[in-house]
Design a protein around this ligand. Structure first.
Ligand code: MN
Length: 357
């Protein structure tokens, strides 16, 4: 069995908050894959960026099936090549698996799944699978990684809730951090779409003016305090406003420490030590990495959205990456990360300053 894993593609609707633009590169990469045996292409979460896809130019919090269905249609219109290459792949007799991430557990809605199947080709429906938050095959286990992250973990058995007050349709039970990003940070993202694509964050911070940083630090602090001490009590009947004291603790701690990373590796290692699997593939934190845990391997497949690395006076487009895993009769033959150079142009570092103007 030959498995290819791509994570964090983040296909959006072609708006300013859509961070994916290398459609041709992704299509070519998938077209050029040469599986030895029967193969499965795994899209390991955040394939679709429902989070940053607006609905009627806004970002409604109570996300029903109707809203997610419209979003997936808008995403398809902006990224037809993705669906075309999926069709080519299943036509060859191979399989596709969609694993949920924190930007796309809208995939839980049956109509969203049906719509994706119909974009790829209804007659191939048996080749297209939606596996929830995990997928396993022989010695290989694949999950996005957000379930290992305190901020984005959700209860997979209770992804939907319903409250009369918000209409008859069930809506996604988003974790607090999701709503925070969705309500508070999306404005920042719309205003400064480039900043969030730049790594490492520590280096980016050196280029930002003190007043800008102070303004946004206090903005975030105010938002967290307001959410915890006032807003959730004011809107108690809305389950999405609830902020657990643990969330409060984590966010405050992270903000004060200036820690800007998503911690998933520690938990991934722990999970791997206990697991019967030989290979774990994750994504989520956008840091490609091959890591050994004893004789087992963790492959972090990085991401496919547009990201830059600050080096001297330039913003260098980061390479994309995917996992190539082969196993035969339960034994792993190889498990590698493959890097694909980005086709985006190098930007001068001054683009940071022009965005702030
Ligand atoms: Mn993620």
């Amino acid at each position: 069995m030959h498995i290819y894993v791509f994570s964090d593609i983040e296909l959006g609707a072609g708006t300013v908050t859509d961070d994916f633009s290398e459609d041709i590169l992704l299509k070519q990469t998938i077209e050029e894959l040469q599986p030895c045996t029967d193969a499965t292409l795994v899209f390991n979460g955040d394939t679709f960026d429902f989070m940053k896809t607006p609905y009627k130019k806004r970002y409604p919090e109570h996300i029903t099936e109707k809203i997610s269905l419209q979003k997936i249609k808008d995403i398809q219109r902006a990224h037809t090549e993705f669906f075309t290459v999926c069709t080519q792949w299943v036509r060859k007799g191979h399989n596709i698996v969609f694993v949920y991430g924190n930007h796309d557990f809208d995939l839980v809605f049956p109509k969203v799944q049906e719509q994706i199947i119909s974009f790829i080709g209804k007659k191939y429906h048996q080749k297209i699978h939606f596996s929830g938050f995990e997928w396993e095959s022989g010695p290989v286990i694949i999950e996005h990684g957000s379930q290992l992250d305190n901020f984005f973990k959700v209860d997979p058995e209770n992804l939907l809730i319903q409250r009369e007050k918000f209409g008859e349709s069930p809506f996604l039970k988003l974790p607090w951090m999701y709503t925070a990003l969705y309500k508070h940070h999306i404005q920042l993202k719309e205003e400064y779409p480039l900043l969030e694509k730049i790594k490492p964050r520590e280096k980016l911070l050196k280029h930002l003016p003190f007043n800008f940083k102070r303004h946004h630090f206090f903005g975030s602090l105010r938002y967290i305090l307001y959410s915890f001490f006032i807003d959730q009590w004011k809107r108690w009947s809305d389950p999405l406003s609830h902020m657990h004291w643990k969330d409060f603790g984590y966010t405050i701690q992270k903000l004060l420490r200036g820690s800007l990373h998503l911690d998933v590796i520690k938990r991934a290692k722990r999970k791997m030590r206990r697991s019967k699997h030989q290979v774990l593939s994750i994504g989520h934190n956008h840091e490609p990495q091959k890591l050994w845990v004893g004789n087992k391997v963790i492959l972090n497949t990085g991401n496919w959205r547009d990201e830059y690395f600050i080096e001297h006076n330039a913003l260098l487009p980061r390479p994309k990456s995917y996992a190539d895993i082969l196993y035969e009769s339960g034994k792993v033959k190889h498990a590698e990360l493959i890097y694909v150079p980005s086709t985006l142009p190098i930007l001068p570092v001054t683009r940071i300053y022009s965005e702030l103007e």
